[in-house]
Each structure stands twice: as structure tokens, then as C-alpha cells.
Design a protein around this ligand. Structure first.
Ligand SMILES: [Zn+2]
Length: 425
């Protein structure tokens, strides 16, 4: 067993502890959390690492990333004002990268996460094995959701499903205690209705985590609500047979049985009160990606509405091709600031809520809160240690606001997953 001590410990499920400490057993689980004095006297003779002027938090959960396209950071900025061009250029550039290049870059992306205090990724990958290898190499935790290819035509749904299921089954044996496999039907505009039904059924029967990009842009809403817009042009070009459901993206997911699989829904920018109620009623969860949404000009998801409805919601960086960083403290700061300024915003989102979303909220959204997300005895020792010594953080009046409004990845000093150090500055 060993003890880590610092000027603050933030368990998230209980108030911050000044001059706090955390005891970790040799199996990488948390044994106790409290004041330094109490832990030293309760566990005499236990090795103690004093981290000094710093805050110990649960590791950050990045609920939505695409590590395999880390190489495309900055490469798409010139077309992001036009989502259609962005999607087409992304496909072109990605297909030009070898497996080796994708893997090297995914590893750099995972390292960037570890350096930012991220201990768990919800990573979506066209090439699932690459995200899995990158997380394993970095010693990080996560779920890698194997993604569908461009498959919007019902006529090929059975074949598209067999292909995806074969990929998934090929990855099952690569799972570890830390890295698990899920499935990602990419989005309502790239996956046929029949394929959605097949994946949802398969996911429910086999208890497979699902994650989907949904209700992200006006283009997507236009396609589903009225069957018009730029996607129809793409379908014509590729001879795709597609018919509009004439409903909202979330209602469409409900009709196809997808919400019943309790998926992790990335984005949810374009959602009505009815949609929000449906997400809650089905027990689905949300990956809130405010920087990516803003960078595209897609709008701002009603984050405080999700929180107030009781929907499990975490933060996601999305790919660095649309962010361009994986920095969950910065993502959280941005979520709070833009949430406060959203037209129709119902209330201020506080720093404490942001830290909860960045940790326990993400764990709940990925259905992993039994194991991670807070500092409590019995949970995994997945930790982020944030230095509080930078001039830009002084003076510290409140630890929550100091972390959210004047700290970022620059300040992360140490990251642990299941008690093992994966990054030390
Ligand atoms: Zn995404």
C-alpha cells in the first residue's frame, strides 16, 4: 500500500479535503481518502509521496474522441465552415494514411490525453484495433467503439452488418481489464435504418456498449425532418436509396430501437425538450463536445438541461481534427462559459458541476461509475494530479474555480490508472 498526499484532494462525491491524502493498495484500488494526518496515523509505516501544492482528482474521462485521426490536427481547419467539405476531406485524408501512420498518431493522441490527466477514453475508430493498441500502449482505460463504414443504403444492410459484426468479433479477444470494445453506428446520415435496427438488437442481446454521433448539425436535422439538404446530393452521387423518416434525430433513434440499447450519444446539439425527455426515459447518456460543436459553428448543446434532467453526461474533446486539443480542463471551462451565454440558457453552470462532469459524469455516461469517476474506497485508483503552483493560478480563493477557470493541461503533474503511473511531468 502507499499514500499520496497533496494540499487538496477532491473526491467529487464529497467536499474537497484540504491537506488531504489517498491510500492505494498494491492492486491499484483506493483504500481510504481523508486528511493527511488521519491517513498517516491510520496506516503507520506506509510509504508516503508528498505531491505538495497540488490537487488530487479522479482522472478525467474523455467520453468522445477519435485517436486514430490525431495526425489530422490542423489539416481540416480550412474547410470546417462547410461540414460537407469537412467530411469529404476527412475521408480522403484518412484513406491516405497507412495503418502504421494511424497507429503512431493514435499513440501520440493517447499520450496527449495522459498528459492532460485523462485516464479513460470513449474512443470511436474506423480501425478499432488501432485505438485499442494506442490505449493499451499508454496504459489507459477506455472503450473503443468499432465504427461502421459509409452504409446508408437499406439494400446492403445485412451485408454491412455482417461485416461490422465480424470486425467486432475479431476484436473481442483483444479486450483487457482496462480496454473494452463497443460498437459505433456512425450517424443517422451514414447508417441505414435497417442497419441501425440490426446493430441495436445485436448490442442489446450481447450487452455491447454503443456510441453514436447524433443531433449534431442543422444539415442532419434537415435531412431527417424534411429529406432535403446536402446529404441527399451525396446519396444521389453514390446511387444510395434513402427515405426520410420526417422526425427529429432523437425520435428516429427511438423508432429504430436504438435508444433502447442505452447508447452514449455524442453531441445532441439539436434537441427539443421532448428529445431530452426521451433520452432520459430510455437511460441513454450524452457526450457533450462544446469546443468541437463551436468550431464547426453547429451551435451549443443545452448542457444545463441535460444535467437538470438527470441524464448521465460527460465531456468529450471529439477528434483533434475539430478541437484541436485533448484538454478536458479547457473543455470544461469552455462548456461552462459558452453554456452561460447560450440563448435560452436556464442558469449558470458552476465550476463544481464542470469537475463532476469531467470525472464522475463521464464515468456514468460510459456506465463505468462503479469502478471510476470518484475517489472512494473500493474504486480504481485512476487519478489526475494538478499542480497549483503556476502564477496564472494565484491566488486561489476556491479550489473548484481555480481548477476550472485558471488551470489547464499545462498544470497536470501526474496521471495514474489503476494505481500505475502513466504520466509524470
Ligand atoms: Zn466524433
Amino acid at each position: 500500500m502507499r499514500i499520496l498526499a497533496a494540499s487538496f484532494v477532491l473526491p467529487i462525491t464529497s467536499p474537497p479535503v484540504a491537506d488531504g491524502a489517498i491510500a492505494i493498495d498494491d492492486g491499484g484500488r483506493i483504500v481510504d481518502v481523508g486528511t493527511r494526518d488521519r491517513l498517516i496515523s491510520n496506516y503507520p509505516g506506509t510509504a508516503l509521496e508528498d505531491l505538495g501544492n497540488a490537487a488530487i482528482l479522479p482522472g478525467f474521462v474523455n467520453c468522445h474522441s477519435h485517436l486514430e485521426i490525431t495526425a489530422l490536427r490542423g489539416a481540416l481547419d480550412d474547410v470546417e465552415h462547410d461540414f460537407r467539405s469537412w467530411l469529404l476531406k476527412l475521408n480522403d485524408l484518412r484513406s491516405g494514411l497507412s495503418d502504421d501512420e494511424l497507429l503512431k498518431n493514435a499513440r501520440l493522441g493517447a499520450l496527449e490525453g495522459a498528459q492532460a490527466g485523462v485516464t479513460c477514453f470513449g474512443d470511436i475508430g474506423r480501425m478499432g484495433h488501432i485505438g485499442i493498441a494506442a490505449l493499451k500502449d499508454a496504459g489507459l482505460r477506455g472503450i473503443v467503439y468499432q465504427e461502421t463504414e459509409f452504409s446508408p443504403d437499406n439494400r446492403t444492410a445485412e451485408k454491412d452488418f455482417q461485416k461490422l459484426a465480424a470486425k467486432y468479433e475479431g476484436l473481442i479477444d483483444t479486450q483487457t481489464d482496462l480496454v473494452r470494445i463497443g460498437l459505433s453506428p456512425h450517424s443517422p446520415y451514414t447508417v441505414s435504418s435497417r442497419l441501425f435496427e440490426l446493430i441495436a438488437e445485436y448490442g442489446i442481446i450481447n450487452r455491447i456498449p454503443l456510441s453514436i454521433h447524433v443531433a449534431e448539425s442543422d444539415n442532419e436535422v434537415e435531412l431527417l425532418q424534411s429529406g432535403t439538404g446536402f446529404f441527399t446530393g451525396v446519396y444521389e452521387k453514390f446511387g444510395v436509396e434513402w427515405s426520410s423518416p420526417y422526425c427529429s434525430p432523437i425520435e428516429y433513434m427511438e423508432r429504430l430501437g436504438v435508444l433502447s440499447a442505452r447508447p452514449l450519444l455524442a453531441h445532441c446539439v439539436k434537441v427539443s425538450d421532448t428529445d431530452i425527455a426521451k433520452i432520459h426515459a430510455y437511460g441513454a447518456s450524452i457526450a457533450h463536445c462544446p469546443k468541437s460543436n463551436s468550431k464547426f459553428g453547429h451551435g451549443t448543446a443545452p448542457f444545463e438541461r441535460f444535467l437538470d434532467e438527470g441524464i448521465p453526461v460527460g465531456l468529450g474533446s471529439d477528434s483533434v481534427a475539430s478541437n484541436n486539443l485533448c484538454d478536458i480542463l479547457e473543455e470544461g471551462r469552455f462548456a461552462s462559459l459558452i453554456g452561460r451565454n447560450r440563448a435560452g440558457s436556464e442558469r449558470f453552470i458552476g465550476a463544481e458541476e464542470i469537475l463532476r462532469a469531467a470525472t464522475l459524469g463521464g464515468a456514468e455516461a460510459m456506465v463505468m461509475a462503479n469502478e471510476i469517476g470518484s475517489l472512494q474506497a473500493g474504486k480504481q485508483a485512476d487519478l489526475a494530479v494538478i499542480s497549483l503552483g503556476h502564477p496564472a493560478q494565484q491566488p486561489i480563493a476556491d479550489i473548484h474555480t481555480a481548477l476550472v477557470f485558471s488551470s489547464n493541461a499545462r498544470d497536470v503533474r501526474l496521471t495514474l490508472v489503476a494505481g500505475t503511473v502513466v504520466y509524470r511531468s
